[in-house]
Design a protein around this ligand. Structure first.
Ligand SMILES: [Zn+2]
Length: 300
């Protein structure tokens, strides 16, 4: 319970809280505890208890999601009041005091629908802010201009390649072969396909052996689409690098715009048309893979 509410209780019921035991529970129950304390003192006065035998709070806490209010010098009548308040706590949101119910999944607590939703969102934010450590090298993979010519368009029939004699993902096998001796290389999707199709469907377009390496995407649905589109490809990637504190990473991309000079050793820059089939790109990819550890400090 916060300091302000704690002091309110101590101030209003100095005799009951004479041992200054701070309630160890949610602030949503403040009113419940306040009302109960008032009732206890009223009952003590009615029963004619003297200061020697006046009830005294020993502990207030939460257990299994509901309130526990322990009092010394208690009476039958006072115990009945306490039991009623403890029962009421099972339907009182511990965060805001509105009607709630006991959530038994995970950490037991009483919450109203709004606070339940809020705490789920909180949990998601924490997951987002504190990602799991990634081991091995991370490859940020673009699709267009890498796995096929940069002529893919989102049409009513889905994403189509408008380049005669070429097909979508025609160079994907090439990448799969290159990676086959490097089992520790993980793939993070760094393509607008994720935004258009969603992560799962974008990933499903890769050959299975590449899909097995995919651990995520730079883009996720919570993002502000407009703001994201305004970021350079490098910045989209670099946010992920920072968030996951990556040291071993590189990108394959035909878009080198805004890529800082001192970060270029992290980029296999492909030709818009040739993609990964380009000789230079293939050589560069081989070098990056052989170098093994490509750290942010630069290749030695
Ligand atoms: Zn609530």
């Amino acid at each position: 319970m916060n300091e302000e509410n704690t002091q309110k209780l101590f101030g209003a019921f100095p005799r009951l809280f004479r041992s200054q035991k701070e309630p160890e529970c949610f602030d949503g129950w403040f009113q419940l505890i306040y009302d109960l304390s008032a009732e206890i003192e009223k009952e003590a006065a009615r029963a004619g208890l003297d200061s020697e035998s006046w009830p005294e709070v020993a502990q207030i806490k939460e257990k299994f999601g509901t309130l526990r209010y322990y009092v010394r010098n208690t009476t039958h009548e006072i115990q009945a009041l306490i039991v009623r308040a403890e029962q009421k706590s099972a339907v009182t949101c511990g965060k805001c005091g509105r009607p709630g119910r006991l959530n038994t999944d995970g950490y037991m607590s009483v919450k109203c629908p709004a606070c339940t939703e809020e705490s789920l969102a909180d949990m998601e934010r924490r997951l987002y802010v504190q990602p799991a450590k990634i081991s091995g090298t991370v490859l940020f993979l673009d699709y267009d201009g890498v796995l096929h010519p940069d002529e893919a368009y989102h049409t009513r029939k889905g994403i189509q390649l408008l380049a005669d004699g070429h097909e979508l993902f025609e160079y994907a096998e090439l990448l799969a072969n290159k990676l086959s001796s490097y089992p520790d290389v993980k793939i993070v999707l760094s393509t607008s396909w994720v935004q258009v199709l969603g992560y799962k469907r974008a990933k499903a377009r890769l050959p299975q052996c590449l899909q097995d390496r995919v651990i995520g995407a730079t883009w996720h649905s919570e993002r502000d689409q407009l703001q994201w589109s305004n970021l350079s490809r490098f910045k989209q990637i670099y946010q992920y690098v920072n968030r996951h504190e990556l040291t071993d990473w590189f990108a394959i991309d035909n878009d080198a715009q805004g890529w800082p000079e001192d970060m270029k050793h992290h980029l296999v820059h492909t030709d818009d048309w040739k993609g990964l089939s380009g000789e230079h790109a293939q050589d560069d990819l081989t070098i990056k893979l052989q170098a093994g550890i490509i750290s942010t400090k630069g290749m030695v």
